[in-house]
Write a protein of this length. Structure first.
Length: 296
């Protein structure tokens, strides 16, 4: 699940969501790619992804292919194998005999029904989901093929027999949402419903920010989209969805970076900021620079 580049309050696309790109020629030629280096260890690469089927986003795979083929290991947030996907699907469902209508009340469910109809989402499916899963379903970009950029990176690595690892387990990612108080889950769902009509515009703004290749621009757009949410939701997004997971991923990638060349692909909102992966790797003694070096 991508963090979501989980990348807007609606998509919370950091998981998994989600996560954002000004479609200039320079941006399309560079992407969000960082070289990680340190004396005595092989170079590795950190790339930012977005959980989107947008052709502009998927097209960035061509930039990553030579890097994938030049490393021993490709690390992504979580391996999308069958067992993991089944576990994620099961955890998103309410227990037998319960439905979302009963958990959130008739008035909220009616508003959800209207928003889901506008987006072409099955209300019968939503009615079986936990509030957090319904909120994420409502906020995710439409999917026809399921072939998002992070999945394409994973599949290319497998095709070329590179070792693939997950920086988190399914249980760890699920705990981010399962440990969320239900009142906060419902508040997140309310935000999704309230902003449903704006989702396409917000997603396009994130996509253009992502394609710009500028972390500061991406962070500004993403935070601007959830700045008006309740302080508890902003804290959850910053601290639980991003910062704590960043620390866990840093600890796990550091061990491997010290012994083997890697490509690390994670949702772009995990890269920037004082507690992001770029800053964290630098604090651990690695030299982390944009790649390739060019005028920006």
């Amino acid at each position: 699940m991508d963090s979501p580049i989980a990348m807007r309050p609606g998509a919370l696309v950091a998981i998994t969501l989600t996560l954002c790109l000004l479609a200039s020629l320079v941006a399309a030629d560079t992407g969000l790619i960082y070289r990680i280096s340190r004396d005595g260890v092989p170079d590795s690469y950190l790339v930012g992804t977005m959980h989107s089927e947008d052709e502009r986003v998927i097209g960035l795979l061509d930039l990553f292919v030579p890097l994938i083929e030049g490393v021993d290991t490709v690390a992504i947030e979580m391996l999308p194998d069958a067992v993991t996907m089944l576990a994620m699907g099961a955890a998103s469902m309410l227990p037998p005999g319960q439905d979302l209508r009963g958990r959130i009340g008739c008035a909220r469910f009616k508003a959800l029904t209207a928003a889901a109809a506008e987006l072409g989402i099955s209300i019968d499916v939503l009615n079986r989901l936990r509030p957090w899963a319904a909120a994420m379903t409502l906020g995710m970009p439409a999917s026809d093929s399921g072939r998002f950029l992070d999945m394409e990176i994973y599949l290319h690595a497998r095709k070329h027999e590179r070792q693939t690892i997950g920086l988190e387990t399914a249980a760890e990612q699920l705990s981010v949402f399962q440990d969320m108080p239900e009142a906060l889950q419902i508040e997140m769902l309310d935000e999704m419903v309230k902003n449903a009509a704006e989702l396409p515009k917000q997603l396009e703004a994130l996509t253009q920010a992502f394609l710009s290749g500028e972390l500061a621009q991406l962070d500004q757009v993403a935070r601007g989209q959830y700045a008006d949410m309740a302080p508890e939701m902003v804290h959850w997004f910053d601290e639980i969805l991003l910062n704590r997971r960043n620390l866990r991923m840093l600890e796990r990638m550091q061990v491997r970076l010290e012994r083997e060349p890697m490509l690390i692909a994670v949702g772009s909102l995990h890269l920037g900021g004082e507690q992001g992966l770029v800053a964290g790797l630098r604090q651990r003694g690695f030299d982390v620079q944009r790649w390739p070096q060019c005028e920006r």
